[in-house]
Design a protein around this ligand. Structure first.
Ligand SMILES: Cc1cc2nc3c(=O)[nH]c(=O)nc-3n(C[C@H](O)[C@H](O)[C@H](O)COP(=O)(O)OP(=O)(O)OC[C@H]3O[C@@H](n4cnc5c(N)ncnc54)[C@H](O)[C@@H]3O)c2cc1C
Length: 382
């Protein structure tokens, strides 16, 4: 087909890899365009290190404008509506027509779902993380509570990792004995997707570091002064710093497009990541890909893998070549136990017979690999 237009909505993990993979397989008669409201995209995965001063705030981003070097157009604009019947996207920079559409708009945060959460601290958003970093730089004693509200949320190991990094940081500052660190999660056990053994191992790791873990205890409210949190198990606690993981939701523009059919996330064909509408794909945090009794976690590594696959699928349709291999659901996330050691957790989420996942031991090599992941992200390799 001559002169196809591929439009990718969202320039996060998934959108960038979809554009790169499609562009690599298409000749220059076809256009590949990314639309994002932010020219600079941030790596949220750096936030747990950023808040304790172990990452520079000005080194957490990558500019989507640099994709022009690879023949990908970038439009900095808000996406106002997605019209799948007329194959048009309305943006603050005008209307865009498409032949192939990739929806990679991520998960939005519903800060109002937990009363008081918007005025409390968080490490799930760049601006909140910077604010928390300033607060932590002044703290000398007291109690820190990290509290997730309800699943699904991005990178489920992140609250556990953040608590362990805080433990390392407080020890190094010499204030650990004067600081309580607690994690509250809504799930009945941590890392449930990785099985009972992994769950027990991470519980032990927290325990050994004196970090309190409360399960089935999603945060339900934070007091107006940000000093008291209430939880789904009926308990409450007073703390000096309460940092929440906000409730995640589908971006409004995706809900309004009707493509989710009123469901919480967009359903897709597991092998091609195509939605119920032909040549419209949904990848990354915006979709749901069932995996046994769970779903593929909302994590950048999966969004990135799905992006690569969708780019291949689109290119194969345009080039009228063979359909690529089905999406495999393989991916690993990092779980740092300190600033020096990291484990990985992940595996094959679409394996026959259910997800086959493993939690590795935390190692120095694991941390080197995590550092490489960050460098690769900055240079658009993932
Ligand atoms: C604290 C924390 C730690 C994490 N650690 C890891 C980790 O170690 N490993 C890992 O793999 N993942 C990690 N993640 C998860 C990872 O960041 C997300 O899963 C990933 O970013 C999802 O990619 P995506 O492409 O689906 O969406 P996103 O990366 O969120 O990209 C969506 C894009 O869409 C744009 N957008 C949204 N709405 C509009 C609109 N209306 N108009 C224009 N643009 C719009 C946004 O600006 C954004 O750039 C972590 C997340 C957090 C918060």
């Amino acid at each position: 087909m001559a002169g196809s237009k591929v439009i990718v909505l969202g320039g996060g993990f998934g959108g960038v890899q979809a554009a790169i993979s499609a562009r690599a397989a298409l000749d220059s008669t076809h256009e590949v365009t990314i639309v994002d409201k932010n020219r600079v995209s941030r790596l949220c995965g750096m936030n747990p290190m950023l808040i304790v001063g172990e990452r520079d705030t000005d080194k957490t981003g990558r500019s989507l404008g640099r994709l022009a070097n690879r023949g990908i157009n970038f439009v900095e604009a808000n996406i106002d509506s997605i019209g799948t019947s007329g194959q048009k996207v309305e943006t603050s920079a005008g209307t865009l027509d498409y032949d192939y559409l990739v929806i990679a708009l991520g998960a939005a945060y519903d800060w109002d779902a937990v009363p008081g959460a918007s005025d409390a601290y968080s490490f799930y958003d760049f601006d909140y993380a910077r604010h928390l970093r300033r607060r932590l730089s002044r703290i000398k004693r007291g109690k820190i509570v990290l509290a997730a509200a309800k699943p699904p949320y991005k990178c489920p190991p992140a609250p556990l990792e953040t608590a362990m990094i805080m433990n390392w940081w407080a020890r190094r500052k010499g204030i650990r004995k004067d600081l309580d660190i607690s994690v509250y999660i809504p799930e009945p056990s941590p890392l449930g997707v990785a099985g009972k053994q992994a769950s027990m191992r991470v519980r032990n790791a927290l325990d050994q570091r004196g970090i309190e873990l409360a399960t089935s205890a999603g945060v339900t409210e934070v007091s107006p002064n940000g000093r008291e949190a209430s939880f789904a198990d009926g308990s409450s606690t007073v703390a000096d710093v309460i940092a929440t993981v906000p409730v995640h939701k589908l971006p409004d523009v995706v809900v309004e497009s009707g493509i989710s059919g009123g469901k919480p996330w967009v359903s897709v064909n597991n092998t091609t990541l195509e939605t119920s509408i032909s040549n419209v794909f949904a990848i990354g945090d915006v979709n749901v890909v069932p995996s046994g009794e769970f779903a593929i976690p909302k994590a950048g590594i999966f969004a990135s893998g799905q992006g690569t696959k969708v780019g291949e699928v689109i290119a194969s349709r345009i080039n009228e070549s063979h359909e690529p291999e089905p999406y495999d659901g393989v991916g690993y996330c990092y779980l740092a136990y300190s600033v020096g050691r990291s484990a990985t957790i992940g595996g094959e989420f679409l394996a026959e017979g259910g997800p086959a996942t493993v939690l590795s031991e935390p190692t120095v090599y694991g941390m080197k690999s995590k550092d490489r992941f960050e460098r690769d992200w900055r240079s658009f390799k993932i």
